[in-house]
Design a binder for this molecule. Sequence first.
Ligand code: ADP
Length: 782
Amino acid sequence: TWAWLLLAFVALILPLVLFSAWSYRRSLESDRDRSLVEAVQLSQTAAAVVQGLLRGLDGTTLAMSGALGAQVGVLNDATVRPYLASVGPRYPFVRNIFLMDPAGLAVAATLDESLGRDFGDRPYTRALLSGEELVLSDLLQSALTGEPTIVMARTVRSPDGALRGMLAVVFYPARLAEILPQSLPDDAVLSLFDQQGRLIYSSARPDLPWEQREHSTLPEVQAALAGQTIMARRGVLAVDGPDRIGAVAPVPESGWAVGVSRSAATVERPLQTLYRQQMLALGVVAASSFVVALILSRVLSSPLVRLATHARAFGRGEVGTLAPVAGPVEVQTLAEALTTMAAEVQTRFAEREAAQRRLLFLGEASTVLAATLDYQTTLAQVARLTVPELGDWCTVHMAEDGGQVTRTALAAVNQEQEALLQQLRRRYPFDPRGPHPVARVLRTGEPLFFPEVSDALFAGFAQDEEQARTLATLIASYMVVPLIARGQTLGVIAIAWSRPGRRYGLADLALAQELARRAALAVDTARLYAQARDALRDRESALAARDQFLSVASHELRTPLTALKSYMELARNRLRRGAAPEELDQLLAWGDVQAERLNELVSALLDVSRIATGRLELETEPVAIAPLVQRVVEMERAADPGRAIYCSLPTARPVLDADAGRLEQVLVNLLENARKYSPPNRPVEVCLSATDDTVAIAVRDHGIGIPLDDQERLFERFYRAGNIDKGVSGLGLGLHVANEIVRAHGGTLAVASTPGCGSVFTISLPRPSNAMAASRDERVAD
Ligand code: ADP
């Protein structure tokens, strides 16, 4: 990041630096230009001053030469010097004024050394002698001292024009400079050139050796000498060195030139300093802003990096809490957003986990529910599965046939709770019509949901204070859901957390309902299965009974038929040989018995068929029971003369509305069975008894008896007990028909038997309980 920051920074700073450099160069240029203009002005001012000086000198010498030319008498040192000496001090740069005779010999001078010396060969003398009136010499070497010198010389003529002498004013260029403008900048160098381009004076190097004064080759000097004011840019003006700038101006009339130059460095220095300061400031600002930016970026980026680390962790699913992040408001906002996001993610994770757990739970429940077709086991497993996954305890109540409700299953997270729940059940019987939530759900088929319970809730259905108190320790959050299959409420599952703080949500309710739905399906399936299994068993036994009946029936029917046939055969043989009618009579009587037997069998089959199709009809009339019993007993005694058949009748003579023939049939059947299933030497007892509301006829034998298992099914069609001698004929229909007849009379046929000891069959018939019936008894009895 910091590399990018640097790059951005450079990109921002670079144009600024370039612009500064450009503007610096521009300022430099304009500064130089201004300096050049200044230099031009300065040089021109200096030139004007020099010109003024020379003019003044010109005027002075003119006046002096006039004065001297007109002087009467000899011109010698004694006569002239005072005059000369009076003029000299007016010009501080003048070193010497002397007067030469026309031959060039100095006759008077302000300096003694020059007195008497011959200046005839000096260039200015020669110029005067050759006809010039006024000469301003070029730079000369002083004849006296060898120093650079300038001489202004003029002829001195008498008023008639005869040459009387020559006046020479010698001055030092260096002194000349002293009267030049003082307002030059400190670093300015003033240079004065003679007509030959020799350096008369340089303020920088007043003591320049003679040999170094030649500057006539410099173009700007040449140009100035030619009358042009010239600017000398840096590197061009070589007078005072190449690193200077300035100007050279001509001094009119004299043919001289004045140059003013300044060191370029000095001119540029303030600007350079300014530029350097600017650059320094820029650098400092840049560096400090870079540092600030770096710190800011650190301050910004380090929390951002932390946030990014957290975000990555969230991405990997490592959800934790985000420590508070110190940083700018935006970062804090981001951190808060991230925290919110993390919390969201955590919730989602938790929800997903919960959903997965629920799915797993349901899957497990389905497996358990599918494992058995015994619904009691199924419900017990549902309860066990629910604890502790969905609750601390769970009960299952099932509605039984007949409106009863039983608690079928119970599971609790620990034994104390289980004991408490058992105790509650024992002490407070469940009322299906009461306000208990389980009863309410059973009645309505709608679930009840109590995420949080209150004392008021328990008070609403508890039977006393103590039950309410116990319930409060058992229930903190409570759900009661119905077991519904095919639109029927089969039962109810109640689930509760007893731990305070645990609380059901709607998702839990949905899960419980789904569990109940599956359990109800499983229970329904198990019940259907049991029904189907029973039906199948019934069908199988019916089929077996039918097969047995067919074989027995064919055997039973064939026996009398075979006998009948053989009697007829015998009768035919006896007829053929002309036997006596008595002999035939006996055979026909036997045949009659067999036919009667056949008739009985067919009647029994017809009766069974009538019973099966509901067409057993009774022809009721008031029947006196005692004579009926008496009659049957007599009949049986006649049929089995060797057997003792006792008959006990009450003193009261009951009369019932009944079908006499059918009742007789029942009694005959019971008596025949008693004889059939007991040895011939054992007695059979018939006992008629009557109470106010019942008439009972009991038939007791002392025979083989009936095994307990068979007693239950004795009245089924074709059923025969397992202990009978196979040789004993029978269809297993007699008791079935007898039972149906008794039931049709509104009575019951009951059996009591001890295998090996004998059996008692009791017909109970209800008596009409009104006075009419009682009086009728009497009447019929009479
Ligand atoms: P059947 O006598 O023709 O077999 P029933 O319907 O009269 O048919 O009797 C059914 C069965 O009940 C008999 O096969 C027998 O096993 C049993 N049973 C009936 N009466 C007696 C009895 N008095 N003692 C022992 N078993 C009896």
